[in-house]
Design a protein around this ligand. Structure first.
Ligand code: BDR
Ligand code: CA
Length: 316
């Protein structure tokens, strides 16, 4: 399967995405970089290491787990959301290694070695804040040029955000990092709330999965996640698996409708517009006002076929 390096902030939908990747033969997860985000970096590292103890597949065992950034480039202390994802991103579940002393901490040189090792066949999937990915572009620009493709779960274009009226969590968490990645990276595909908000896991899907989930962690996690969304909106039909849809995009081009547009991320340090993602659809929009320089365009998914998501997710 395709060689995939995942950068995640290890909430419930990150973990379901990792499980989907570990079970799906078309995706080989070669490494997981665990950043701060939904939960603290240390908890994220412990949770991904814990997953490795319950997933005996060779792929899950060989995947390198490396701690990423602990804080955003915007320098403030991140706010975690245990009420949405649980303390360890596992909903109500506390991993058995929660009291372990952690041997390794961040090692960006080791992450760059993975990129060097897989060269032009490596696909990066960023399903958390973009701090570690941006750091790699700052430290190892030449190695990063070899990356085949980058998929980013992030942004919300002309639709409401999920952290403020206009901002999506991953871009809001570190707008500086998001802008750095979108400036340096080529071959970027953005999977925004425009589609991920609709990648709903319904109770029927969860009950079906529970029958085949021998480890019995998926249903408790999604029920916990669903409880949070139901409190906010009692009519919601299920919980959005933002990160699962993003990892799926690696193999399912046919599932999405894309547009290539210049993207700006608002760099305000606080307030509603922090991390807002703006795509420029003006015909001449791709030229920078001052320099007439061509602004990079990135592929953004604006629509997807839910039945294909439903079938692909359950068939795994
Ligand atoms: C994104 O933010 C995180 O909370 C989720 O895991 C997802 O990656 C959704 O905005
Ligand atoms: Ca995430």
């Amino acid at each position: 399967g395709k060689k995939v390096l995942v950068f995640g902030d290890i909430g419930i939908d990150d973990i379901i995405a990792l499980i989907y990747g570990y079970l799906n033969d078309d995706i080989d997860i070669v490494g997981v970089v665990t950043d701060y985000g939904n939960i603290p970096r240390e908890n994220a590292l412990k949770t991904v290491r814990y997953l490795k103890t319950i997933f005996k597949s060779a792929e899950a065992q060989q995947a390198k787990i490396i701690a990423g950034a602990e804080n955003p480039m915007t320098a403030e202390v991140p706010e975690f959301v245990p009420e949405i994802h649980g303390e360890y991103g596992l909903g109500p579940i506390i991993p058995s290694n929660s009291n372990d002393q952690l041997p390794e901490l961040e090692n960006f040189y080791e992450i760059s070695e993975i990129i060097e090792q897989y060269e032009d066949e490596l696909i990066i999937v960023n399903i958390g804040r973009l701090t570690s990915l941006a750091t790699l572009f700052l430290l190892y620009p030449n190695r990063m040029e070899k990356v085949k493709e980058i998929y980013i779960m992030g942004g919300a274009f002309w639709v409401p955000g999920n952290v403020t009226a206009v901002s999506e969590a991953n871009f809001h968490g570190d707008p500086v990092a998001a802008q750095i990645v979108l400036t340096y990276a080529d071959n970027v595909t953005i999977i925004p709330l425009n589609v991920t908000e609709r990648a709903i896991a319904t109770p029927e899907m969860v009950n079906y999965i529970d029958q085949v989930d021998s480890i019995k962690i998926v249903k408790p996690m999604i029920d916990y996640y669903y409880d949070f969304y139901k409190k906010r909106n009692p009519n919601v039909q299920g919980s959005p698996l933002h990160d699962v849809l993003t990892l799926m995009a690696v193999n399912r081009e046919d599932m999405f409708t894309y547009r290539k547009l210049p993207v700006h991320v608002v760099q305000a340090t606080r307030g509603t517009e922090r991390g807002q993602s703006i795509a420029d659809i003006r015909p001449f929009g791709s030229l920078e006002e001052e320099t007439e320089k061509e602004i990079k365009r990135h592929r953004i998914a604006f629509d997807f076929e839910y039945p294909k998501f439903f079938r692909d997710f359950l068939s795994t």
